[in-house]
Design a binder for this molecule. Structure first.
Ligand code: XMP
Length: 514
């Protein structure tokens, strides 16, 4: 049986991968192609449906991203979103013009429930609008099936030709019933059965990786984090011992983390790969001695990591492929996501390659969001503890020790953090708080223990809830939990006589202390 495929044609909008993700949520396989893709190639893929994304241009301007009229004559249902909707009208003989006011933000839309697009959708529904141009006249054969106070054609359809246009963005969560609308298109109008699952992603990835790698040698920098672990396991399933994973323990990992990673991926673990653990703790502590400035510490840790990795790579000799655990949010922030604009560069993208001798990069998770990567991880049988790991910064505890990093301080923060994590898990809060950790402040203060005066460090506890890590709220941890953590840290961790809880949100604070 041929696989059901929906094509997303990319016109440079910021939400394109989100569209693809929503299609995957309907259990339908989906691929994204540039608007420049040849029509014959599109035909040959035999899609069950085509979705045209948003984009930054005005479709009537010279040189704007466009598509041919024939795309709408393939007999395949087409859904245009925002720019895609305007382009559909423009190409088929309607008129798109600049509106007097920009419509932006959450907007109440009135929909015509008789349209198959809006089946089971409320008549008045909140949608996310973001457009300057509007559909001033629909193309012949279309009828309007939604409107807002400012936008006469918020959606249109030509049922006979299976063409649909939506001015707003159903793919973003602000469009309350957007997923339903996309489901209606993909599963209803296109008639997809929806038999695609994440295990199909795993199977397909393994197959394509095998074909691509052949007998080549593959190198992967394994950090023990979710993304690099999932990428490594995927590669190991695909090419087994052709894969070498280098894991650098820089002495800035959480308590026992190095051994935990080794237990999973090392020679006694469950995967078929060559595992190289480099214990470089002393080397990193040496470089960090006397350094207090946060950015300088980050730079030293990053550079030293590359040096170590490079030395190991040299021992292995030439490799053909380098694996990176890049995931989609890394790609989009770096402006490498197809037709969309650059937002900022990211440390995971294009970092290592300059330093290592290899021919090609493999990024098997490049099109997935974090929660999808986790699903793949579970599918691959990676332990839940690893799959649901909270984010951990590349420079590790180096930026959770304020001021100079020493082996003694690393031990203090590791022990305090382990207690904190244990108690958060005991309280059943470990899956609901997005990121939490202990940091070692550089502050020493006076205390009393038994009958003696102490002069020791203060540990700061941090816990935040956030969706995107760009903004965050301090989590409200029950007082009893904080008290228990505090008393355990003071009793069990040497050189600490005070525990503080950070209630600052981001902004104005950041999540990490440095
Ligand atoms: P901030 O502290 O900027 O953190 O609010 C936002 C998120 O990014 C992580 N973070 C880093 N990750 N290298 C990384 O790989 C870094 O230098 C770094 N600094 C912060 C932080 O843990 C949080 O999830």
């Amino acid at each position: 049986m041929e696989k059901e495929l929906v094509l997303v044609i990319d016109f440079g909008g910021q939400y394109n991968q989100l569209v693809a993700r929503r299609v995957r949520e309907c259990n339908v396989y989906c691929e994204i192609y540039s608007y420049k893709t040849d029509l014959d190639k599109i035909k040959a893929m035999n899609p069950k449906g085509i979705i045209l994304t948003g984009g930054p241009s005005s479709c009537y301007e010279e040189g704007a991203a466009t598509c041919s009229k024939e795309l709408f004559e393939l007999g395949v249902p087409v859904l245009g979103l925002c720019y895609g909707a305007q382009l559909m009208m423009h190409v088929l003989g309607g008129r798109v013009a600049r509106a007097d006011v920009r419509e932006y933000g959450k907007t109440e839309v009135k929909v015509d429930k008789s349209s198959a697009l809006f089946s089971d959708v409320s008549e008045d529904t909140i949608c996310w609008m973001s457009h300057f141009d509007y559909i001033a006249e629909m193309a012949p054969g279309f009828r309007a099936v939604a409107h807002t106070d400012n936008c006469p054609v918020a959606a249109a359809e030509c049922v006979e030709k299976q063409l649909y246009a939506i001015q707003f963005h159903p793919e973003v969560l602000h469009t309350v019933e957007g997923s339903k609308m996309l489901y209606n298109f993909v599963r209803g109008i296109c008639g997809c059965v929806g038999d695609w699952r994440m295990d199909s992603f795993v199977e397909e990835s393994i197959k394509t990786i095998r074909e691509r790698v052949g007998k080549g040698r593959v190198l992967c920098a394994l950090s023990g984090g979710v993304d690099s672990s999932v990428a490594a396991v995927l590669l190991s399933k695909a090419v087994g011992e052709q894969l070498t994973c280098v894991f650098v323990d820089q002495g800035l990992l959480r308590k026992n983390e190095g051994d935990e990673v080794e237990a999973v991926f090392g020679p006694n673990g469950s995967y078929d790969l060559n595992f190289i653990r480099v214990n470089a703790q002393e080397r990193f502590y040496g470089k960090l001695a006397g350094v207090t400035e946060p950015e300088r510490k980050r730079k030293i840790i990053g550079e030293e990591f590359i040096r170590v990795f490079e030395e190991e790579a040299k021992k292995i000799g030439t490799v053909d492929f380098l694996v990176q655990g890049t995931i989609y949010p890394d790609v989009v922030e770096s402006g490498l996501g197809g037709e969309s604009a650059v937002i900022k560069s990211h440390h995971n993208v294009g970092g290592l390659p300059d330093y290592v001798d290899f021919k090609e990069i493999i990024e098997p998770l490049r099109n997935l969001f974090k929660d999808e990567v986790r699903k793949v991880g579970l599918e691959l049988g990676i332990p839940e503890k690893l799959v649901f790991r909270q984010p951990f910064p590349g420079p590790g505890l180096g930026i959770r020790i304020i001021g100079e990093v020493t082996a003694e301080k690393v031990k203090i923060v590791q022990d305090a953090d382990a207690i904190y994590r244990e108690e958060i898990a005991n309280a059943g809060l470990d899956r609901s708080i997005n990121q939490y950790f202990a940091a070692l402040t550089n502050m020493r203060s006076v205390g009393v223990m038994g009958d003696e005066r102490t002069y020791d460090y203060a540990i700061a506890l941090r816990a935040v809830n956030t969706i995107d890590f760009m903004t965050a709220e301090s989590a409200q941890i029950p007082w009893e939990v904080l008290q228990k953590v505090t008393s355990r840290i003071i009793n069990e961790v040497g050189h600490v006589n005070r525990v503080l809880y950070d209630v600052t949100s981001k902004p104005p604070g950041t999540i990490e202390f440095e």
